[in-house]
Design a protein. Structure first.
Length: 421
Protein backbone atom coordinates (compact mmCIF):
# COMPACT_ATOMS: atom_id res chain seq x y z
CA UNK A 1 0.00 0.00 0.00
CA UNK A 2 1.31 3.44 -0.88
CA UNK A 3 -0.05 6.66 0.63
CA UNK A 4 -0.21 9.64 -1.65
CA UNK A 5 1.39 13.03 -1.23
CA UNK A 6 -0.73 16.19 -1.02
CA UNK A 7 -1.73 17.87 -4.25
CA UNK A 8 -3.32 21.17 -5.21
CA UNK A 9 -4.13 23.53 -8.02
CA UNK A 10 -0.52 24.56 -8.49
CA UNK A 11 2.03 23.42 -11.05
CA UNK A 12 4.72 23.10 -8.44
CA UNK A 13 4.32 21.31 -5.10
CA UNK A 14 4.40 23.77 -2.23
CA UNK A 15 6.68 23.30 0.72
CA UNK A 16 3.99 21.95 3.02
CA UNK A 17 5.99 22.83 6.10
CA UNK A 18 6.59 26.37 4.90
CA UNK A 19 4.60 29.55 5.35
CA UNK A 20 1.42 28.47 3.58
CA UNK A 21 0.57 24.90 4.49
CA UNK A 22 1.46 22.19 6.96
CA UNK A 23 -0.45 19.03 6.10
CA UNK A 24 1.91 16.15 5.54
CA UNK A 25 1.87 12.38 5.39
CA UNK A 26 3.80 10.59 8.15
CA UNK A 27 4.92 6.99 8.62
CA UNK A 28 4.91 5.20 11.96
CA UNK A 29 6.98 2.46 13.56
CA UNK A 30 5.92 -1.16 14.13
CA UNK A 31 6.77 -2.70 17.54
CA UNK A 32 7.09 -6.49 17.68
CA UNK A 33 6.47 -7.38 21.32
CA UNK A 34 5.70 -11.03 22.20
CA UNK A 35 2.17 -10.28 23.44
CA UNK A 36 1.04 -8.89 20.08
CA UNK A 37 -1.21 -10.48 17.47
CA UNK A 38 0.21 -11.55 14.10
CA UNK A 39 -2.40 -10.04 11.80
CA UNK A 40 -4.63 -7.29 13.28
CA UNK A 41 -2.24 -4.35 12.82
CA UNK A 42 -1.02 -5.52 9.37
CA UNK A 43 -4.69 -5.72 8.31
CA UNK A 44 -5.20 -2.08 9.27
CA UNK A 45 -1.96 -0.97 7.63
CA UNK A 46 -2.62 -2.99 4.48
CA UNK A 47 0.57 -5.04 4.80
CA UNK A 48 1.16 -8.78 4.69
CA UNK A 49 1.54 -10.50 8.07
CA UNK A 50 5.10 -11.65 8.63
CA UNK A 51 4.32 -14.46 11.06
CA UNK A 52 5.67 -12.58 14.09
CA UNK A 53 3.60 -10.77 16.73
CA UNK A 54 2.86 -7.14 15.88
CA UNK A 55 1.96 -5.45 19.15
CA UNK A 56 1.96 -1.72 18.43
CA UNK A 57 2.25 0.89 15.69
CA UNK A 58 3.54 4.25 16.93
CA UNK A 59 2.61 7.61 15.43
CA UNK A 60 4.19 10.70 16.92
CA UNK A 61 7.47 12.26 17.94
CA UNK A 62 8.62 10.02 20.78
CA UNK A 63 12.45 9.90 20.65
CA UNK A 64 12.46 6.10 20.91
CA UNK A 65 10.56 5.71 17.63
CA UNK A 66 9.60 9.01 15.97
CA UNK A 67 7.46 8.98 12.85
CA UNK A 68 9.06 10.04 9.60
CA UNK A 69 7.71 12.81 7.42
CA UNK A 70 6.79 12.84 3.73
CA UNK A 71 6.76 10.17 1.06
CA UNK A 72 10.53 9.70 1.26
CA UNK A 73 10.66 9.69 5.08
CA UNK A 74 13.79 11.83 4.96
CA UNK A 75 13.18 13.60 8.29
CA UNK A 76 11.79 12.49 11.61
CA UNK A 77 8.83 14.31 13.09
CA UNK A 78 10.66 15.16 16.32
CA UNK A 79 13.54 16.67 14.34
CA UNK A 80 11.14 18.72 12.25
CA UNK A 81 9.33 20.07 15.31
CA UNK A 82 12.64 20.89 16.97
CA UNK A 83 13.57 22.87 13.88
CA UNK A 84 10.16 24.51 13.48
CA UNK A 85 8.28 24.56 16.83
CA UNK A 86 5.83 27.07 15.32
CA UNK A 87 4.11 24.04 13.77
CA UNK A 88 2.88 23.31 17.31
CA UNK A 89 1.15 26.67 17.74
CA UNK A 90 0.08 27.47 21.30
CA UNK A 91 1.16 24.01 22.42
CA UNK A 92 4.78 25.18 22.12
CA UNK A 93 4.17 27.71 24.90
CA UNK A 94 3.49 24.84 27.32
CA UNK A 95 5.60 22.00 25.92
CA UNK A 96 8.30 23.68 23.86
CA UNK A 97 9.16 21.73 20.72
CA UNK A 98 7.81 18.45 22.11
CA UNK A 99 4.62 17.02 20.67
CA UNK A 100 2.80 16.21 23.93
CA UNK A 101 0.94 13.08 22.78
CA UNK A 102 1.67 9.74 21.14
CA UNK A 103 -0.88 7.76 19.12
CA UNK A 104 -0.68 3.99 18.75
CA UNK A 105 -2.53 1.05 17.30
CA UNK A 106 -2.30 -1.66 19.98
CA UNK A 107 -3.21 -5.30 19.43
CA UNK A 108 -2.83 -7.85 22.24
CA UNK A 109 -3.18 -11.61 22.06
CA UNK A 110 -2.10 -12.02 25.70
CA UNK A 111 -1.89 -9.84 28.77
CA UNK A 112 0.31 -6.81 29.15
CA UNK A 113 1.91 -6.20 32.54
CA UNK A 114 -0.01 -4.97 35.57
CA UNK A 115 1.17 -1.39 35.67
CA UNK A 116 0.55 2.23 36.47
CA UNK A 117 1.98 5.57 35.36
CA UNK A 118 3.21 8.53 37.40
CA UNK A 119 1.91 12.07 37.66
CA UNK A 120 4.04 14.83 36.16
CA UNK A 121 5.39 15.87 39.57
CA UNK A 122 6.30 12.33 40.58
CA UNK A 123 7.87 11.64 37.18
CA UNK A 124 10.02 14.75 37.50
CA UNK A 125 11.19 13.74 40.98
CA UNK A 126 11.77 10.11 40.03
CA UNK A 127 13.65 10.99 36.86
CA UNK A 128 15.86 13.52 38.67
CA UNK A 129 16.62 10.97 41.40
CA UNK A 130 17.66 8.23 38.97
CA UNK A 131 19.69 10.71 36.92
CA UNK A 132 21.53 11.83 40.07
CA UNK A 133 22.29 8.18 40.89
CA UNK A 134 23.82 7.75 37.44
CA UNK A 135 21.49 4.90 36.42
CA UNK A 136 21.77 4.52 32.63
CA UNK A 137 18.50 5.24 30.83
CA UNK A 138 18.71 1.86 29.07
CA UNK A 139 19.19 -0.02 32.36
CA UNK A 140 16.36 -2.60 32.51
CA UNK A 141 15.85 -1.84 36.20
CA UNK A 142 15.49 1.89 35.68
CA UNK A 143 11.92 3.01 36.40
CA UNK A 144 11.78 6.59 35.09
CA UNK A 145 12.91 6.87 31.48
CA UNK A 146 11.82 10.53 31.21
CA UNK A 147 10.24 13.24 33.36
CA UNK A 148 6.75 13.10 31.83
CA UNK A 149 3.45 11.63 33.01
CA UNK A 150 1.73 8.95 30.92
CA UNK A 151 -2.06 9.15 31.18
CA UNK A 152 -3.70 7.25 28.34
CA UNK A 153 -6.96 6.44 26.62
CA UNK A 154 -7.81 3.28 24.65
CA UNK A 155 -10.59 3.32 22.06
CA UNK A 156 -11.61 -0.22 21.13
CA UNK A 157 -11.61 -1.33 17.49
CA UNK A 158 -12.52 -4.90 18.47
CA UNK A 159 -13.89 -6.17 21.76
CA UNK A 160 -11.19 -5.52 24.34
CA UNK A 161 -10.65 -7.02 27.77
CA UNK A 162 -8.76 -5.21 30.53
CA UNK A 163 -8.16 -5.13 34.25
CA UNK A 164 -8.46 -1.68 35.80
CA UNK A 165 -8.67 -0.43 39.38
CA UNK A 166 -9.46 -2.50 42.45
CA UNK A 167 -12.85 -4.09 42.99
CA UNK A 168 -14.63 -3.56 46.35
CA UNK A 169 -13.39 -6.19 48.80
CA UNK A 170 -16.92 -7.00 49.94
CA UNK A 171 -17.81 -7.83 46.34
CA UNK A 172 -14.76 -10.10 46.02
CA UNK A 173 -15.73 -11.83 49.25
CA UNK A 174 -19.20 -12.63 47.91
CA UNK A 175 -17.68 -14.12 44.76
CA UNK A 176 -15.21 -16.21 46.78
CA UNK A 177 -18.15 -17.57 48.79
CA UNK A 178 -19.22 -19.36 45.62
CA UNK A 179 -15.85 -21.13 45.59
CA UNK A 180 -15.92 -21.78 49.34
CA UNK A 181 -12.69 -19.79 49.64
CA UNK A 182 -13.69 -16.73 51.66
CA UNK A 183 -12.16 -18.09 54.88
CA UNK A 184 -9.02 -19.25 53.09
CA UNK A 185 -8.42 -15.70 51.87
CA UNK A 186 -9.15 -14.34 55.36
CA UNK A 187 -6.65 -16.80 56.83
CA UNK A 188 -4.06 -15.54 54.35
CA UNK A 189 -4.72 -11.80 54.56
CA UNK A 190 -6.49 -11.21 57.88
CA UNK A 191 -9.86 -11.96 59.47
CA UNK A 192 -11.25 -8.55 58.59
CA UNK A 193 -10.19 -8.69 54.94
CA UNK A 194 -13.63 -8.29 53.39
CA UNK A 195 -14.72 -5.67 55.89
CA UNK A 196 -11.93 -3.33 54.76
CA UNK A 197 -13.13 -0.34 52.74
CA UNK A 198 -10.69 -1.02 49.89
CA UNK A 199 -7.41 -2.57 48.84
CA UNK A 200 -4.55 -0.59 50.37
CA UNK A 201 -0.76 -0.64 50.07
CA UNK A 202 -0.22 -3.13 52.89
CA UNK A 203 -2.69 -5.61 51.44
CA UNK A 204 -1.39 -5.25 47.90
CA UNK A 205 2.18 -5.70 49.09
CA UNK A 206 1.15 -9.03 50.66
CA UNK A 207 -0.73 -10.07 47.53
CA UNK A 208 2.32 -9.35 45.35
CA UNK A 209 4.72 -11.20 47.65
CA UNK A 210 5.81 -14.18 45.55
CA UNK A 211 6.57 -16.15 48.73
CA UNK A 212 3.08 -15.70 50.17
CA UNK A 213 1.22 -19.01 50.68
CA UNK A 214 -1.97 -17.44 49.35
CA UNK A 215 -0.75 -17.96 45.80
CA UNK A 216 -1.86 -21.56 46.21
CA UNK A 217 -5.42 -20.19 46.24
CA UNK A 218 -5.13 -19.36 42.55
CA UNK A 219 -4.84 -23.07 41.88
CA UNK A 220 -7.95 -23.74 43.97
CA UNK A 221 -9.95 -21.22 41.92
CA UNK A 222 -8.68 -22.70 38.66
CA UNK A 223 -9.57 -26.24 39.58
CA UNK A 224 -12.98 -25.56 41.07
CA UNK A 225 -15.79 -27.35 39.25
CA UNK A 226 -18.41 -24.82 38.13
CA UNK A 227 -21.74 -25.13 39.91
CA UNK A 228 -25.03 -24.57 38.04
CA UNK A 229 -25.83 -21.62 40.28
CA UNK A 230 -22.51 -19.81 39.84
CA UNK A 231 -22.83 -16.11 39.09
CA UNK A 232 -21.31 -14.49 36.03
CA UNK A 233 -18.81 -12.85 38.38
CA UNK A 234 -17.62 -16.25 39.64
CA UNK A 235 -17.21 -17.60 36.12
CA UNK A 236 -15.34 -14.44 35.16
CA UNK A 237 -13.01 -14.72 38.17
CA UNK A 238 -12.17 -18.32 37.31
CA UNK A 239 -11.63 -17.36 33.69
CA UNK A 240 -9.20 -14.63 34.72
CA UNK A 241 -7.27 -17.01 36.98
CA UNK A 242 -7.03 -19.70 34.30
CA UNK A 243 -6.13 -17.28 31.53
CA UNK A 244 -3.36 -15.49 33.40
CA UNK A 245 -1.94 -18.55 35.13
CA UNK A 246 -1.53 -20.20 31.71
CA UNK A 247 0.35 -17.14 30.43
CA UNK A 248 2.34 -16.32 33.60
CA UNK A 249 2.52 -19.46 35.78
CA UNK A 250 3.42 -18.60 39.35
CA UNK A 251 3.53 -14.85 38.75
CA UNK A 252 2.28 -12.85 41.79
CA UNK A 253 0.34 -10.67 39.35
CA UNK A 254 -2.13 -13.52 38.80
CA UNK A 255 -3.34 -13.28 42.40
CA UNK A 256 -3.29 -9.49 42.24
CA UNK A 257 -5.50 -9.62 39.15
CA UNK A 258 -8.26 -11.28 41.18
CA UNK A 259 -8.51 -8.13 43.29
CA UNK A 260 -8.99 -5.94 40.18
CA UNK A 261 -12.03 -5.03 38.11
CA UNK A 262 -12.30 -6.80 34.78
CA UNK A 263 -13.92 -4.68 32.07
CA UNK A 264 -15.03 -5.33 28.51
CA UNK A 265 -14.91 -2.58 25.90
CA UNK A 266 -17.15 -2.88 22.87
CA UNK A 267 -15.94 -1.38 19.59
CA UNK A 268 -16.19 2.38 19.85
CA UNK A 269 -16.00 2.49 23.65
CA UNK A 270 -12.96 3.95 25.38
CA UNK A 271 -11.13 3.34 28.64
CA UNK A 272 -9.45 6.40 30.13
CA UNK A 273 -6.55 5.69 32.50
CA UNK A 274 -5.20 8.75 34.35
CA UNK A 275 -1.99 8.64 36.35
CA UNK A 276 -1.92 6.35 39.37
CA UNK A 277 -4.54 3.87 38.12
CA UNK A 278 -3.52 0.21 38.16
CA UNK A 279 -4.41 -1.59 34.93
CA UNK A 280 -3.49 -4.33 32.47
CA UNK A 281 -4.81 -4.81 28.94
CA UNK A 282 -5.61 -8.48 28.40
CA UNK A 283 -6.50 -8.82 24.72
CA UNK A 284 -8.03 -6.99 21.80
CA UNK A 285 -7.20 -4.24 19.31
CA UNK A 286 -7.65 -0.52 19.74
CA UNK A 287 -6.35 2.99 19.22
CA UNK A 288 -4.34 4.20 22.19
CA UNK A 289 -3.40 7.83 22.77
CA UNK A 290 -1.16 8.84 25.64
CA UNK A 291 1.14 11.55 26.89
CA UNK A 292 4.48 11.37 25.09
CA UNK A 293 6.27 9.29 27.72
CA UNK A 294 7.75 5.83 28.29
CA UNK A 295 7.30 5.72 32.08
CA UNK A 296 5.77 2.38 33.08
CA UNK A 297 5.83 1.15 36.69
CA UNK A 298 5.16 -2.60 36.65
CA UNK A 299 3.78 -4.83 39.37
CA UNK A 300 3.42 -8.25 37.73
CA UNK A 301 2.46 -10.35 34.68
CA UNK A 302 5.81 -9.60 33.08
CA UNK A 303 9.38 -10.75 32.69
CA UNK A 304 10.53 -7.12 32.88
CA UNK A 305 11.59 -5.25 35.99
CA UNK A 306 8.92 -5.09 38.68
CA UNK A 307 9.06 -2.07 41.03
CA UNK A 308 6.55 -2.89 43.76
CA UNK A 309 7.75 -0.22 46.20
CA UNK A 310 7.42 2.55 43.62
CA UNK A 311 4.09 1.12 42.48
CA UNK A 312 2.74 1.50 46.02
CA UNK A 313 3.86 5.13 46.16
CA UNK A 314 2.24 6.00 42.83
CA UNK A 315 -1.07 4.10 43.01
CA UNK A 316 -4.46 5.70 43.50
CA UNK A 317 -6.17 2.88 45.38
CA UNK A 318 -9.63 4.47 45.13
CA UNK A 319 -9.73 4.97 41.35
CA UNK A 320 -12.58 3.30 39.47
CA UNK A 321 -12.78 2.30 35.79
CA UNK A 322 -13.65 5.26 33.57
CA UNK A 323 -15.36 4.02 30.41
CA UNK A 324 -16.29 6.67 27.85
CA UNK A 325 -18.97 5.90 25.28
CA UNK A 326 -18.04 8.84 23.05
CA UNK A 327 -20.26 11.81 22.19
CA UNK A 328 -21.17 12.78 18.63
CA UNK A 329 -20.46 16.52 18.61
CA UNK A 330 -21.03 17.01 14.87
CA UNK A 331 -22.06 14.79 12.00
CA UNK A 332 -19.57 11.93 11.91
CA UNK A 333 -17.37 13.39 14.70
CA UNK A 334 -17.29 11.44 17.99
CA UNK A 335 -15.44 13.04 20.91
CA UNK A 336 -13.83 11.13 23.81
CA UNK A 337 -13.43 13.93 26.40
CA UNK A 338 -11.11 13.62 29.35
CA UNK A 339 -9.36 15.97 31.75
CA UNK A 340 -5.95 15.10 30.35
CA UNK A 341 -3.93 18.19 29.34
CA UNK A 342 -1.64 16.30 26.98
CA UNK A 343 -4.25 14.98 24.53
CA UNK A 344 -7.79 14.93 23.17
CA UNK A 345 -9.15 12.24 20.85
CA UNK A 346 -11.90 11.99 18.22
CA UNK A 347 -13.24 9.20 16.03
CA UNK A 348 -14.41 10.16 12.55
CA UNK A 349 -17.10 8.16 10.75
CA UNK A 350 -17.12 9.75 7.30
CA UNK A 351 -19.98 9.11 4.86
CA UNK A 352 -21.17 10.76 1.66
CA UNK A 353 -22.02 13.97 3.56
CA UNK A 354 -18.41 14.39 4.58
CA UNK A 355 -17.18 16.45 7.54
CA UNK A 356 -17.15 20.19 7.11
CA UNK A 357 -14.29 20.80 9.51
CA UNK A 358 -11.72 18.48 11.05
CA UNK A 359 -11.87 18.93 14.83
CA UNK A 360 -9.23 20.85 16.78
CA UNK A 361 -8.51 23.60 14.29
CA UNK A 362 -5.57 25.75 15.35
CA UNK A 363 -3.84 22.86 17.12
CA UNK A 364 -1.27 20.32 15.89
CA UNK A 365 -2.99 17.06 14.97
CA UNK A 366 -2.28 13.52 13.88
CA UNK A 367 -4.91 11.69 11.86
CA UNK A 368 -4.88 7.94 11.20
CA UNK A 369 -7.28 6.28 8.76
CA UNK A 370 -8.41 2.87 10.05
CA UNK A 371 -10.90 2.07 7.30
CA UNK A 372 -11.87 3.24 3.82
CA UNK A 373 -10.31 6.17 1.97
CA UNK A 374 -10.49 9.84 2.92
CA UNK A 375 -9.51 13.13 1.33
CA UNK A 376 -8.37 16.12 3.39
CA UNK A 377 -8.76 19.51 1.73
CA UNK A 378 -7.59 22.75 3.31
CA UNK A 379 -8.97 26.23 2.83
CA UNK A 380 -6.63 26.90 -0.12
CA UNK A 381 -7.63 23.73 -1.94
CA UNK A 382 -4.50 21.71 -1.12
CA UNK A 383 -5.56 18.07 -0.91
CA UNK A 384 -4.14 15.07 0.91
CA UNK A 385 -5.62 11.65 0.05
CA UNK A 386 -5.30 9.07 2.84
CA UNK A 387 -6.14 5.42 2.28
CA UNK A 388 -6.64 2.91 5.07
CA UNK A 389 -3.51 2.65 7.21
CA UNK A 390 -2.23 6.08 6.15
CA UNK A 391 -1.63 8.94 8.54
CA UNK A 392 -0.74 12.62 8.50
CA UNK A 393 0.56 15.38 10.72
CA UNK A 394 -1.35 18.65 10.47
CA UNK A 395 0.30 21.80 11.74
CA UNK A 396 -1.40 24.25 14.07
CA UNK A 397 -1.04 26.76 11.21
CA UNK A 398 -3.39 24.79 8.93
CA UNK A 399 -6.67 25.71 10.57
CA UNK A 400 -9.69 24.59 8.54
CA UNK A 401 -9.67 21.19 6.87
CA UNK A 402 -12.61 19.47 5.17
CA UNK A 403 -12.87 15.68 5.12
CA UNK A 404 -14.59 13.77 2.32
CA UNK A 405 -14.72 10.17 1.13
CA UNK A 406 -15.99 7.20 3.12
CA UNK A 407 -14.20 5.61 6.02
CA UNK A 408 -13.10 5.77 9.63
CA UNK A 409 -10.25 7.74 11.18
CA UNK A 410 -8.92 8.86 14.55
CA UNK A 411 -7.61 12.33 15.37
CA UNK A 412 -5.40 13.30 18.33
CA UNK A 413 -4.28 16.73 19.49
CA UNK A 414 -2.98 18.42 22.66
CA UNK A 415 -5.84 18.82 25.12
CA UNK A 416 -4.77 22.00 26.90
CA UNK A 417 -4.74 23.97 23.64
CA UNK A 418 -8.45 23.34 23.11
CA UNK A 419 -9.37 24.13 26.70
CA UNK A 420 -7.50 27.42 26.57
CA UNK A 421 -5.01 26.41 29.25
Amino acid sequence: MACNRPSGGHDKMRDLFGEDHAMQQIHGTVMNYPWGTPDAIPAILGTEPGGTPVAEYWLGAHPLAPSTVGADGAESLDALLEREPRQLGKSAIVYGSRLPFLMKILSAASALSIQTHPSRQRAQRGYAREESLGIPRNDPERVYKDDWPKPEIMVALSEMQALVGFRPLGELGRVLDEFGLRHSFEDAFGAGLFARPAVDADLLRSVMDDEHPAHELVEAIQQAVPEPGWSDAARELQGTARELQAQFPGDPGVLAALFMNRVTLRPGEALYVPDGVIHAHLRGTGIEVMANSDNVIRGGLTGKHVAVDELMRVLDFEAEPEIIAGTEVAHGVVDYPSACPEFDVWRLEVDARGIDELPAHGAPRIILVTGGSLLLTDADGVRLPLDQGCSAFISAQDARIQVTGEGQAFVATPGDVLRGE
